[in-house]
Design a protein around this ligand. Sequence first.
Ligand code: NAI
Length: 261
Amino acid sequence: MGTYAVTGSASGMGKATADQLRAAGHTVIGVDLKDADVTADLSTSAGRSAAAAEVLKLATTGLDGAVLAAGLGPGPGDSRSRLIIEVNYFGVVDLLAAWRTELAKSGNAKVVIFSSNSTTTTPVVPGSTIKALLAGDAEKAIASVKRFGKNASAFAYAGSKIGVSRWMRRNAVTAEWAGAGIRLNAIAPGAILTPLLQAQLDDPELAGAIEGFPIPLGTYGQADQIAQWVVFMLSPAADFMTGSLVFVDGGTDALYRSDDW
Ligand code: NAI
């Protein structure tokens, strides 16, 4: 049995993953704004440092893996893009940087990052957003989507998920990660009926776009289904897997880019 840190453990897919890991006998250290083992705000650098340190303190028998599910979707408000960039991107890479040494001690650690199929289905996400993220420049990334006005947060969202996926693929194959026995993979869900998606469906400005988004299988996915994939990606079945971005999205990505892969 292993010990896993799970961010976003209080709701949706993070909670479903934490529940399934615990039911299988693993130890979970959940991180979230509330209702978690570690209560922390991942939208600030200080919050991320505190969360990372607290998890390491609680992981008395070491850390066998991590699931980075905390995140926000697009929504109204001027501060939304900032929150998305801070939590969805830096809430992943800063925590993993802080946990890398401990994960390396396991010898066979597994990390699953929550990406999204918005990475391949959102057109014209600025290259400057991704470049700024990979350079660690939050302010530049936030500024780069401002010109999209009321749609800025949708581009911040897709940018944050492309950024985190690219960070994962670049780092997965390096001496620091693969060389230390740490498998870095990401899951790219499509529309999954969680509180995050429900909030978008309840928002008159966003509902139309969500409902019009084509899903070849014809239904929304469920949090428990995605959690099963994540648990599989933490299991010995994933010993030979690193740098992979796994789409579980009802076919939307394949519909948008059948031949482009
Ligand atoms: P959710 O809203 O049910 O859960 C997200 C969790 O993240 C919440 O418990 C929330 O409190 C936590 N969180 C948000 N801001 C935080 C902060 N500043 N500090 C600490 N925790 C914070 O969302 P859901 O749908 O389960 O999403 C999980 C991940 O999957 C997210 O990264 C999301 O972007 C991604 N995703 C979701 C899709 C969907 O259709 N639901 C589709 C593709 C990706």
